[in-house]
Write a protein that binds this ligand. Structure first.
Ligand code: PLP
Length: 436
């Protein structure tokens, strides 16, 4: 496949943009280096690059594009919004509508506040939890990624791990010291951390279903134990549902049928992003009334935003959720994901390439290893070089994956059986070449 224009643009980008990319996860550093592909157009489940190659897309822009690219209902909503003025700096009725939709789907949130990214949402939940509990420390789980604010870059998965810098430079030790990291799915680890730092712990923060070191389900009882222990300790529970909300069903992990005993797994605060903006910049956080009343102008925890709640992002979010309310939307994404993962697994098995797939409805991760992946250590203990080779073979056959062994594949409402079939043909060829 000829990608000459991409190479030329990358050389030019390196002159002007640090590392040539505006988010490190877009670089190809972790999959053997070289020029990332410069896309010029996207429609449905497909991308076209600047050399006119077509790709089937499973990146879905790292999650938000669950309805496929340029979905007409969302495009129309955005166009209507911006033609009425892109940014007001005043409240709008649209914000109430989206807030109401989020609250109906995620009942633990009595009150919501919109921000501009998942990073902002998470960062503010921490501030609010600290304000409410008057404590400073946060417990997080190794390999969970919560955006790029100082506190949560400690032992973060996804992008930072891919680049081998799970603890970013530029974060004062005094801040890193406020974060305690324990392994995901390890209630004993959490118990020990709470026993040791109990009175200082403002919140336990978790991706309740992990999306950042592959897709990893909590073990039965993990979220229940986490919520009980945190609350017994007087700490709040923060769910980072930036990836998971509206990903597996119309709702979030807190109400996901794959997890039982919903009453026992309700958080105090939830951070949202990605899908709720339909592809435009957005974040939101929400929680119980008494906790959210810490936030200015009601309370002492300050958080603000010039762009927050802008009509375009809010309209795109409403339109995206409307599409997701359609009949059998999630069932169909799951059906395609089952066909795809079963085909990938059997192809890998036939060619003798060790592969573990973690699938949750329409999203899954591929781990080049022969053991289960239930925590970050196990996700790290997989063959990154094999993933890099697979990634390149797939790219050369027109399949666009995230350039990291830790990232998920996302099905969208735009993928078809023909896309899956073409992907499986490419994968079979990729595994065959890898086995040589
Ligand atoms: N939280 C989770 C679970 C994420 O996966 C991400 C981004 O990938 C974030 C937070 C940060 O969101 P954003 O990139 O919108 O700042």
């Amino acid at each position: 496949m000829n990608r000459k224009q991409s190479s030329l643009l990358y050389t030019e980008a390196l002159e002007h943009i640090v590392g040539g990319v505006n988010s490190p996860s877009r670089s190809f550093k972790a999959v053997g280096g070289g020029a990332p592909v410069f896309m010029k157009r996207a429609q449905g489940a497909h991308f076209w690059d600047v050399d006119d190659n077509r790709y089937i897309d499973y990146l879905a822009a790292y999650g938000p594009i669950i309805t496929g690219h340029a979905h007409p209902h969302i495009t129309e909503a955005i166009t209507r919004a911006v033609s009425n003025g892109a940014l007001y700096g005043t409240p709008t009725e649209l914000e109430i509508q989206l807030a109401r939709m989020l609250k109906e789907a995620i009942p633990s949130m009595d009150k919501v506040r919109f921000v501009n990214s998942g990073t902002e949402a998470v960062m503010t939940t921490i501030r609010v939890a600290r304000a409410y509990t008057k404590r400073n420390k946060i417990i997080k789980f190794a390999g969970c990624y919560h955006g790029h604010s100082d506190l949560v870059l400690v032992a973060a998965g996804s992008g930072p791990s891919t680049l081998g810098i799970p603890d970013s430079a530029g974060i004062p030790t005094s801040i890193a010291n406020e974060v305690i990291t324990v392994p995901f799915n390890d209630l004993d680890g959490l118990r020990q951390a709470l026993e040791h730092w109990g009175d200082d712990v403002a919140a336990v923060m978790v991706e309740p279903i992990v999306g950042n070191f592959g897709m990893v389900m909590p073990k039965p009882g993990f979220l229940e134990g986490l919520c009980r222990m945190a609350h017994d300790n007087g700490s709040l529970v923060i769910y980072d549902e930036v990836i998971t909300a509206f990903r597996f069903h119309y709702g979030s992990t807190q109400t996901y049928a794959g997890l039982e005993n919903h009453d026992a797994i309700q958080p105090d605060l939830t951070a949202l992003g990605k899908i709720i903006g339909g592809g435009l910049p957005i974040g939101a956080y929400g929680g119980t009334k008494q906790v959210m009343e810490q936030v200015a102008p009601l309370g002492p925890a300050y958080q603000a935003g010039t762009m927050a709640g802008n009509p375009a992002s809010i309209s795109a979010g409403i339109a995206c959720l409307e599409v997701l309310q359609g009949e059998r939307v999630y069932e169909e994404m799951e059906r395609l994901a089952i066909t795809l993962t079963e085909g990938l697994q059997s192809s890998a098995d036939v060619h003798g390439v060790p592969l573990t797939i973690n699938r949750i409805r329409g999203a899954f991760s591929t781990h080049f290893c022969d053991h289960p992946v239930t925590n970050y250590d196990e996700a790290q203990d997989t063959d990154g070089e094999a993933f890099g080779e697979f990634f390149r073979h797939m790219l050369d056959r027109g399949i666009n994956l995230a350039p990291s062994k830790y990232e998920a594949w996302f099905l969208t409402t735009a993928h078809t059986d023909a896309d899956i079939e073409a992907t499986l043909t490419a994968a079979d060829e990729a595994f065959r070449l890898m086995a040589q």
